[in-house]
Write a protein that binds this ligand. Sequence first.
Ligand code: SAM
Length: 272
Amino acid sequence: MTDHRSSIDPSRPSIARVYDYLLGGKDNYAVDREIGDVFKRDLPGSVAIAFANRAALIRAVGEIVTTTGIRQFIDLGSGLPTTDNVHQVAQRHAPESRVVYVDIDPQVLVHGRALLEENDRTRVVPVDVRNPEGILTHPDTLELIDPTRPVAVVFSAILHHVNDEEDPAGIVRYWRDHVPSGSYFFVSHFRSGDNPETAEAERVLQQTFGRGRWRTDAEIESLLDGLELLAPGIVPASLWRPEAVDDPRIGGGEQELTVWERLIAAGLARKP
Ligand code: SAM
């Protein structure tokens, strides 16, 4: 087995580790915290965006497990383990749930091994999200995922790291065409807006990681072509089936959210 620790580069920021820092995690280096602090200083909503995104993902996984018979998940660009990972949420409701985590960050892969030791219904597959066939045919995926049964494919905060020329729609289409009907697709995605904060956030991300593409709600929706988009559609993550019905801002719609909370959208779709 490859020793992924040897390929961890503590001198360059990584998407997974900066995101971990914003979520209050400990799996990051000085270089990640430096960039994370730039985000926090120049884009003061960065932490709120990360938490709003995780919360929507957790709600979506909970809904999928409690309202459908789906018991298998493929979490693409899964990130470093944090509070309430997909397998923990799914297995809380249905202990037999199986989760394949996919990421290319060496630090995520090291933690994946630790995860494996404590849970035999999870695997971490070290394949690039832009290579969906490599993920689907990976021995660990084949071991855990039954391709004849519906599956939940999770694209949480990953497709905005895929540039247009890398065909994000083609990646989603591959999964759509290779999973049975009744499968679910969760997407969260950085969202274009007509405000300077959005433009600045996109610029900082591109400058730091050399890639990144914010998309409009219509563009995000078009990535789900051929799937049935479920209510309430593509909306800011905080407004995606919120639990806090007593939060006065929820009823007020998008205008009640801060510009930061409007920066990340979420949606859930089903293969007919
Ligand atoms: N999905 C998690 C969530 O929503 O909380 C983590 C999102 S984090 C912003 C993006 C993750 O995608 C990082 O862990 C990064 O390493 C991973 N990633 C970025 N590009 C990738 C690629 N081409 N293939 C696989 N993983 C990738």
